[in-house]
Design a protein around this ligand. Structure first.
Ligand code: ADP
Ligand code: MG
Ligand code: MG
Length: 323
């Protein structure tokens, strides 16, 4: 009976920190079943990593890359759904996001020991064995034509976030924040009802954040050129590749942050908008009413879509300017 009168609300979240999907994962959960939720979350993400990893030879993606074609019966339903979604987003973005650039990603090797600037001939040769149009999904089989290789690095963390959000519905929670290597999702509210603030990194690294978004019940996903890159002869080569050139995109952007209810879309769109650049990207967002974004250019200008004008606060106002 004493417990029933307890009005003391747990104000400390249950935190979860681990490494999976090639990145640091952190989460905090508030509510009666925060502990169970945290445990379930980690197990689930590790499970999905096992399905979608490019390097784990047992994964669905590694097996597809090895065999080139597999009966759908040998693939997890979540993998097939993810491939269908990836393919559709690739078409929608005119291949600015493309899940079948595996060979191009490997050729550049950005972030690995063998990172290099490949010659034009090599790039063109590899591009012939790339491209979403070679990904064939039917009821019976998934096949990779033209020797393409899948790389879901631009969508997998978002897709895993969506799976986690669905699963977390079964727990009694007041709010939570998930962060899969910068792919953030915020839900509900904190015990003191203060707003969630999701920081947008300062690409220059001079401050932790240049500003933040006050949002909830949505994904906030950033793609930028400042995390995986190398510099050679004054040129920055980063990990987001433009299929039209076979090289890291040069669209004048440092980062794009996407806000969208659907975390897989947010992830794929952040990659795509980064390739498109601010101008094309802004008009792409105008046509998609479920999609909002913050563009940060290399000359420190910030462009916001209409849906974010109220939620964004600039903290580094000496160096950045909202246009
Ligand atoms: P992060 O991995 O930092 O979250 P992104 O979501 O933008 O960044 O994904 C970049 C990753 O996706 C790269 O490391 C690579 O594996 C893959 N990739 C690179 N260029 C593209 C592209 N144009 N379309 C789809 N995936 C890409
Ligand atoms: Mg992405
Ligand atoms: Mg991402």
């Amino acid at each position: 009976p004493l417990l029933a009168f307890s009005s003391c609300k747990d104000t400390q979240p249950v935190r979860s920190t681990f490494t999976a999907m090639d990145t640091a994962i952190t989460a905090k959960f508030y509510g009666a079943e925060a502990k169970q939720a945290a445990e379930h979350f980690q197990t689930q993400i590790e499970d999905l990593d096992g399905l979608w990893s490019k390097t784990d030879p047992q994964s669905d993606i590694a097996r597809l890359n090895l065999y080139g074609t597999l009966p759908t019966g040998q693939l997890d339903l979540r993998t097939i759904a993810l491939l269908e979604k990836s393919s559709q987003l690739s078409r929608e973005t005119k291949n600015a996001f493309d899940p079948a650039l595996g060979r191009l990603v490997s050729l550049w090797g950005i972030g690995t020991e063998k990172q290099q600037v490949p010659g034009e001939g090599e790039r063109q040769a590899v591009l012939e064995r790339c491209g979403n149009e070679n990904l064939m999904i039917t009821e019976d089989t998934v096949s990779l034509k033209n020797e393409i290789q899948l790389d879901l690095g631009g969508i997998a963390k978002g897709a895993a976030t969506d799976e986690a959000v669905k699963a977390l519905e079964q727990f009694s929670l007041d709010g939570y924040l998930l962060s899969l290597g910068g792919n953030v999702y915020v839900h509900g509210e904190k015990p003191d009802q203060s707003e969630w603030r999701v920081g947008i990194s300062d690409p220059d690294g001079k401050a932790d954040y240049l500003g933040y978004l006050a949002v909830s019940d949505c994904a906030v996903v950033t793609s930028g050129d400042y995390e995986r890159f190398f510099i050679q002869e004054g040129v920055r080569y980063h990990h987001i590749l433009d299929r039209t050139t076979g090289a890291p995109s040069q669209s004048g952007l440092r980062s794009v942050t996407v806000v969208c209810k659907d975390a897989a879309k947010a992830d794929a769109y952040s990659t795509a908008l980064f390739v498109m650049g601010a101008e094309k990207g802004m008009s792409f967002c105008e046509k998609e009413d479920t999609l909002d974004a913050v563009f940060v250019t290399d000359d420190h200008q910030i462009f916001l879509t209409d849906g974010l004008k109220e939620c964004f606060s600039l903290t580094e106002s000496e160096r950045y300017q909202v246009m």
